[in-house]
Design a protein around this ligand. Structure first.
Ligand code: 13P
Ligand code: SF4
Length: 302
């Protein structure tokens, strides 16, 4: 890494009282300079209790919004203002209102990969690491799971006592990992085990040995005695997998495990964002009040 840029970033961080939070899907170079790196759940817990006055988010918009909702008094700055998750926009407030009309005993369960406007009309948020735990604890029988259909179906299979209504949202990165890709990788690396994110399709999940969030995949690979892994999630996780497990081998399943939005975040942009502190996350007060409730409920239940 460019030494002077790293030094400048740490100077600016101190001078401006900023904590840098980064998701595992951003480039390894960016993960290296962050104060906290993790999955969506870990980053929301961290954002809720930081001592620094300001947060710089290296990730996509919904993550910066969650940090703002949990710490509205702080300035939250996006390293790249245009890094946005397409899945977050695959559900509308109107669709949620329509489904609410059809069921009495309904909870709208909102994956954190969603906009603040959607959170504001939801009952509880979940992430990929706590969805099972949280949904099991909510009293309603009918669950409208938004926006991700694949995660919704994964959770539904494990909680057959509830009635799930799905929305047709998806993550294009995880959806592009096909079962054929995985089976071919298994042929090439027959002694590797398959670790998969639940945003993948059900047929990929069915041929996997372990399913979990990015942190859970990293923990599993680190703790197990197995030495070879086929990884079905975004390629950013390879950085931490390799850092924690230098002797183990990690294989991808093709060339498309790449989130173009997460990869918009570069070290240059981190430095510029720290200099200017202008790409702030701004949300209307009423949205802050309503959208933080399901996030806080998630933190209580998980
Ligand atoms: P987790 O951080 O919960 O593993 O989710 C992955 C993701 O797609 C974030 O955009
Ligand atoms: Fe969104 Fe998928 Fe990128 Fe995560 S990996 S930010 S879900 S597009």
């Amino acid at each position: 890494m460019n030494g002077s840029m790293k030094d400048r970033i740490s100077e600016l961080k101190k001078e401006k009282d900023v904590a840098i939070l980064a998701h595992y899907y951003v480039d390894g170079e960016v993960q290296k300079i962050a104060d906290y790196v993790g999955d969506s759940f870990y980053l929301s817990k961290i954002a809720a209790g930081l001592e620094q006055k300001n947060i710089l988010f290296c990730g996509v918009r919904f993550m910066g919004e969650s940090a703002k909702l949990l710490s509205p008094e702080k300035k939250v700055v996006m390293a790249d203002d245009f890094a946005d998750c397409p899945m977050a926009h695959m559900i509308t407030v109107e669709k949620i209102a329509e489904v609410r009309e059809q069921y009495d005993d309904l909870a709208v369960v909102c994956y954190v990969n969603s906009t603040a406007e959607i959170k504001a009309v939801s009952d509880v948020c979940v992430t990929s690491s706590n969805a099972l735990r949280v949904v099991k604890k909510i009293p309603q029988k009918n669950i409208f799971f938004v926006p991700d259909e694949n995660l919704g179906r994964y959770v539904a299979k494990k909680i057959p006592e509830k009635n799930f209504i799905f929305n047709d949202g998806f993550c294009h990165v995880h959806k592009s990992i096909t079962v054929d890709n995985v089976l071919k990788a298994k042929e090439i690396y027959p002694d590797a085990i398959v670790l998969t994110h639940p945003e993948c399709t059900g047929d990929v999940i069915a041929v996997s040995d372990f399913v979990g969030s990015t942190s859970e995949i990293i923990d599993f690979a680190t703790k197990t005695d197995c030495e070879k892994f086929i990884i079905c999630t975004e390629m950013g996780v390879f950085f931490e997998l390799q850092e924690k497990n230098p002797g183990k081998k990690f294989y991808s399943v093709g060339h498309r495990q790449f989130c173009p939005n997460m990869k918009k975040v570069t070290l240059d942009k981190v430095e510029q964002a720290l200099e200017s502190m202008t790409s702030t996350v701004e949300l209307p007060d009423d949205i802050i009040v309503e959208a933080r409730k399901p996030l806080q409920r998630m933190l209580e239940l998980s």
